[in-house]
Design a protein around this ligand. Structure first.
Ligand code: NCD
Length: 435
């Protein structure tokens, strides 16, 4: 492993920024400061005009392995992550079979160990994600699993969720909920509202999400279990979470770039690239999400990177599977809202917040993974991104690392790009090329 020298960037700490060089030796940040110079053998990364901060962490990545490798596998998903500036991703358990057993979780952790970025695993809450019988949460926690979710579907039965929370609270792990009440959402293919009526499509109403957020907040109050709300999409959901946080309850929330950049009117052309669960919402919800992100009220931006093959996605709107790619463009879309004058907040939602939620920080000392979301101080594991906030690029679905092509941003020009991604002291991506 070659030692690294990151020259001339703006180092983004947890509370402030400083023009500094960063020296990385043996996979660890060895020195940070304005007066350093590289050793003769150091590999130098030029960071002029760039932000240098902890690598991004995606709390919500569908790697599709095992079961749907035609759409993505662990390596291709990790490559997309590296290009997007991520040093770690959390693999969602809605694979086939689901990640609900020691064997399946171990399989993904072992395959992930040779991927370009760190791969943490979210275990399923219930066997087969069927919402009935609890998965072996304690055994999975002993493998280092800290997040559990039936994502793709929410745990519908309040009694099952309460039981899961009671166990999870004792194990020191977090339950991550996909909030959609199926009795309200089933059959819907886009947001319920005037646009769905115009298009003659069945809607998934905002209330389907909000009743589950409200229910789970009540269960958190009862059980004390930490709950993380996945891909929240409505103004009211965010207001419920904010109120619960003010009350001191252990709840956190993520929002996904598509929910704060696109609204329901994108479905007008019946293009399945814009179909996703929860659906793209009303413009007023999009505005509320953007405002909350700008105001520093969001714990994490997570991609909900959901690859689908062209054959499966290119169907009539009602029949196509929901979900869209996210890893390669999430940081640019986040920057567009947070703004170039708020680098601390940018790293809060893309790295430090997610690291806290997934317990990937040094102080969490979980087995298997290096530490992420650090303060950019000597002694930190060198999981670092060099991010150029001014570089613009054109999104081309034919030039993505993912096996799937289903991005709704094809043809758009975005700003802000990861110039280099460093994982455990190794440069895994530089200048848009995988290393
Ligand atoms: C996700 C998928 O395809 O796995 N789809 C989606 O529309 N978001 C599942 C999920 O995260 O809900």
């Amino acid at each position: 492993m070659r030692d690294l020298f990151i020259r001339g960037g703006l180092v983004v700490g947890p509370t402030d920024v400083a023009p500094s060089h960063v020296r990385i030796v043996d996979g660890v940040i060895a020195a940070v400061g304005p007066e350093l110079s590289p050793a003769s053998n150091d590999y130098v990364i030029e960071a002029d005009g760039c932000w240098v901060g902890p690598g991004f962490i995606d709390l919500h990545t569908h790697l599709r392995e095992p079961g749907k490798e035609a759409a993505e596998n662990i390596d291709s998903g990790a490559n997309a992550a590296a290009l997007g500036g991520y040093s770690a991703v959390v693999a969602m358990p809605n694979t086939e079979p689901a990640l609900d057993s020691v064997a399946m979780v171990t399989y993904v952790l072992e395959r992930g160990a040779s991927a370009r970025v760190d791969v943490a695993v979210a275990g399923a809450i219930t066997v087969g994600r069927r919402g009935e019988q609890l998965a072996p949460l304690a055994k999975l926690a002993s493998l280092g699993v800290t997040l559990f979710t039936d994502d793709g579907t929410g745990v519908q039965n309040a009694g099952v969720m309460r039981r899961a929370m009671t166990y999870a609270a004792q194990l020191g792990v977090t339950l991550a909920q996909h909030c959609e009440d199926e009795t309200l959402a089933a059959g819907g293919v886009m947001n319920e509202g005037r646009v769905s009526s115009e298009l003659g499509l069945v809607g998934r109403p905002a209330i389907a999400e909000e009743v589950m957020v409200a229910r789970d907040i009540d269960l958190v109050r009862l059980t004390g279990c930490p709950v993380h709300f996945l891909h929240l999409s409505t103004a009211r959901s965010l207001a419920l979470v904010r109120a619960a946080q003010r009350e001191g309850l252990p709840v956190t929330a993520e929002i996904a770039p598509h929910h704060f950049t696109l609204d329901e009117t994108a479905c007008r052309d019946f293009d399945p690239e814009f179909k996703v669960h929860p659906p793209l919402r009303h413009a007023s919800d999009v505005a509320a999400l953007r405002e909350a992100l700008r105001a520093g009220e969001i714990d994490a931006v997570a991609t909900d990177h959901a690859p689908h093959t062209p054959e499966s996605k290119d169907l009539a709107f009602d029949e196509a599977p929901p979900g869209m790619l996210g890893l390669q463009h999430a940081a640019s879309l986040t920057l567009d809202v947070v703004g170039t004058d708020s680098p601390v907040q940018f790293f809060d939602v893309l790295s430090r917040g997610p690291a806290r939620i997934a317990q990937l920080r040094a102080e969490d000392s979980r087995p298997r993974h290096s530490a992420h979301g650090g303060a950019m101080q000597p002694g930190d594991d060198a999981n670092v991104v060099v991010f150029d906030p001014s570089m613009t690029y054109l999104v081309d679905r034919h030039h993505l690392a993912s096996r799937a092509k289903n991005t709704p941003y094809h043809g758009r020009t975005l700003r802000g790009s990861a110039r280099a991604t460093i994982v455990r002291g190794v440069v895994v991506q530089e200048g848009g090329e995988l290393c």
